[in-house]
Ligand binder design. Sequence first.
Ligand code: PRT
Ligand code: ZN
Length: 293
Amino acid sequence: MNRTKDSSTSLRIAIQKSGRLTDKTIDLLHGIGVEFDNYKRNLMVKTRNFDVELLLLRDDDIPEYVQDGICDLGFVGANEVFEKDADVTVLRGLNYGNCRLSIAAPKDGTLQDASDFEGKTIATSYPYLTNKFFQDQGININIVEISGAVEITPQLEVADAISDLVSTGGTLRANGLQELFTILESETKLIQTNKELSPGKQQLVEKFLVRIDGYQQAKKSRYIMMNAPLEKVDSISKIIPSMKSPTIVSLAESDMVAIQTVIPINKFWEVMEELKEAGASDIVMLPIESMIL
Ligand code: PRT
Ligand code: ZN
């Protein structure tokens, strides 16, 4: 399925058609200003405002489509990228679809350490990564490749243990399994083909990256506004590390000002009480759509 020459002018982006990554990927694309609709009914969607088309695929197929240059970019879990050992460049980690590929075995059973696995059978949809994990430690295992409901296989005596994706751990617990080792920490990645892109397409990729970085940064930040007596501005500024040069706006009351700045979201609750104690009032926190630094 090689596309030998980068002849088309449209940047083609692969996304998961229907699954855990779909909504967040669509939100991200909308969030960076890519406009399109009807993605639920079509396999290929043209965007309205960019020379970009979206190809809606099963997530398993995305690494190969990007590797072969059928698609220029793809949004897909690291688990799929590394399982397929795809020859692509990971451009960004996107911090959604987070999970881990782990080895799990029946709770309180004999399988505890990696060395206990010599000669054992592991059921998984991730044969490459699982084999590699044990091979790297000089341990020989047998793999039963299964595409779904992997967690039931120890009860059915199809396998001694499993290697599967875990997020909350609820599925493992419900099946009497205990998580033993993590093979891979995964999140959604933006990947690019290693086939050469036309200058126009490469420029568009760079433009997207700036927007994605702005979108990601905005997700982690909040805009805060507060009122304070003028003489308290210095002490308030010291509470928020990012507030090196906050916007200060005069208020009708001559000794009062409004202070506005951007802070990391995880700092807000920490500093709110301190801000109040330092004399700030009417503190408002707002989400930010995007920010270009
Ligand atoms: O149809 P298609 O092939 O596109 O979709 P799919 O059914 O293969 O994949 P999908 O939509 O289930 O998952 C897509 C991607 O989401 C995965 O490749 C991961 O990158 C990511 N992801 C994040 C997860 C999970 N979290 C997850 N928990 N994928 C699967 N799971 C499953 C896991 O396999 C297990 O069955 O959820 C169960 C465990 O969840 P907890 O919360 O009980 O631990
Ligand atoms: Zn899949």
